[in-house]
Design a protein around this ligand. Structure first.
Ligand code: 5CA
Length: 438
């Protein structure tokens, strides 16, 4: 992509309305623009990152055996009356009336709808177990939307729902998601700690929040320092007993949100107890038959009698993750994208757009990078070098390649790693080979 033809409105100054660094950087780097309180437009660069985050989430859901579908954002009020949550959900639910005076709502979550879809199709125990998921916009009329996309009113969520024949099966589905979540966050360069958590309006008694530690996080959390190390996620997820033992081993180390603190376990942890603030990037729930029983979902069991499926639900804050990644990975110049979610892999800078030799060399390298399948943003604008460097550092692409007249005379370009600031001079071919990973 040529920057001269792209849409990248960056801001030099920190916008006054933003309190935390990720919100400031998302506005400055041209990722989002606020349209109303807690409602954002995703600009082209932000859209690319959002898609990459969603794709990693999708790949790990698929790997865990979950099946993707897509449910609508708008739902009928009657559906929610079946579970009894229409009145219980309160003012966070955005309620709308259509032209026929029918009550609808913008979905804050999808337990009711998926239960109805499954109920109308599932007949026997052979239709179980299944886990279905979608990646769809949600709306919650939060009292205090804040921190940009961290606590929005409209936000993108991955929500999965599992249906099992019995409690043992449901725990296996839960454990599969548990490990899939840790893998998902690790691929984005994040360490998320699973913490015992409250279930709130979703319900149930087993629940974990996945928390990324950050001083600006909204939750206060408590954990054993063992969680500060990377952990192996190498386990056979098809082997229910092995998986149960693995998750049991992980959760042997204490970690809890404020609502679920356990004095006994904190005493046990002693000196190793840590306290911090954190960002909730995911939340998983096992709630048994709460929705299946209320909504009349049942299937015929192996012995011919009716079975009410056991359910769980599993959320990831896809749009919130963008804020969390930036909180975890930035410096005073701007964002430092982990390669897996970077909007482009390489920023190519021509220092002198008015110099024919520089322009020809930069055009040539741009073509070769594109041909090699490397995602590249090419700053071909007629601007000062200093402004180009500042923009590239601000938007945080993992690699920068700089072409200038002096280097060109010596047959070299400059390759810079954004994360470390490390620079080297090498031939254009060598730079191409290095960023293309061959
Ligand atoms: N139905 C369940 C799981 S599918 C559910 O809705 N869980 S939740 O309420 O915990 O939301 C799941 C995730 O969405 C949260 O962990 C959080 O990462 C994200 N999330 C929730 N509210 C917001 C919000 N207002 N803005 C941005 N992300 C949010």
């Amino acid at each position: 992509m040529r920057l001269s033809r792209y849409f990248l409105p960056v801001m030099k100054e920190s916008p006054a309305e933003a309190q935390i660094v990720s919100h400031k950087l998302m506005l400055r780097a041209g990722l989002v623009r606020q349209q109303a309180a807690g409602i954002y437009a995703w600009l082209p660069l932000g859209t690319r990152v959002l898609h990459k985050i969603a794709q990693i989430v999708r790949e790990e859901q698929d790997r865990a055996g979950a099946i993707e579908l897509l449910m609508p954002t708008l739902q009928s009020a009657d559906l929610w009356r079946e579970s009894g949550r229409y009145d219980a959900y309160g003012p966070e639910m955005l309620r709308i009336t259509d032209r026929h005076d029918r009550e609808i709502l913008y979905g804050p979550t999808n337990e009711e709808m998926i239960t109805a879809i499954f109920r109308d199709a599932a007949r026997s125990y052979r239709d179980l177990p299944r886990t279905l998921y979608h990646i769809q916009w949600k709306f919650r009329d939060e009292v205090r939307p804040r921190f940009g996309v961290m606590r929005g009113r409209e936000f993108l969520m991955k929500d999965a729902y599992s249906f099992d024949l019995d409690e043992q099966g449901a725990r296996h589905s839960y454990n599969r998601m548990f490990v899939a979540y840790l893998r998902t966050y690790a691929r984005m360069g994040l360490r998320a700690i699973p913490m015992q958590a409250d279930t709130g309006p979703i319900g149930g008694d087993l629940s974990h929040e996945f928390i990324v530690l950050a001083p600006t996080g909204e939750s206060e959390v408590f954990y054993h320092k063992a969680w500060e190390q990377d952990r192996s996620l190498d386990v056979d997820a098809d082997d229910a007993a092995a998986l149960q033992a693995f998750v049991g081993g992980l959760t042997a180390d204490y970690a809890a949100t404020d609502e679920k603190r356990d004095e006994g376990r904190e005493r046990e942890a002693g000196e190793a107890l840590r306290t911090s603030r954190g960002i909730e990037v995911g939340h998983i729930f096992y709630f048994g038959t709460k929705y299946s029983a209320a909504m009349g979902l049942k299937v015929q069991g192996p012995d011919g009698s009716d079975v009410v499926p056991q359910m769980g639900s599993y959320g990831i804050g896809v749009s919130r993750l963008m804020g969390a990644i930036i909180e975890a990975s930035h410096d005073d110049k701007g964002i430092i994208w982990p390669e897996a979610v970077a909007p482009f892999k390489v920023g190519l800078i021509n220092m002198r757009a008015d110099d024919a030799a520089c322009a020809a060399a930069a055009d040539d390298l741009y073509q070769k990078l594109s041909d090699a399948g490397v995602e590249v943003l090419y700053d071909d604008r007629d601007e000062r070098g200093g402004a180009k460097f500042a923009t590239m550092d601000l938007i945080g692409l993992p690699w920068q390649i700089v072409i200038g007249p002096k280097g060109l005379a010596n047959g070299v370009v400059e390759l810079k790693r954004r994360a470390t600031g490390e620079r080297e001079e090498l031939s254009a071919e060598a730079a191409l080979a290095k960023v293309a990973g061959r």
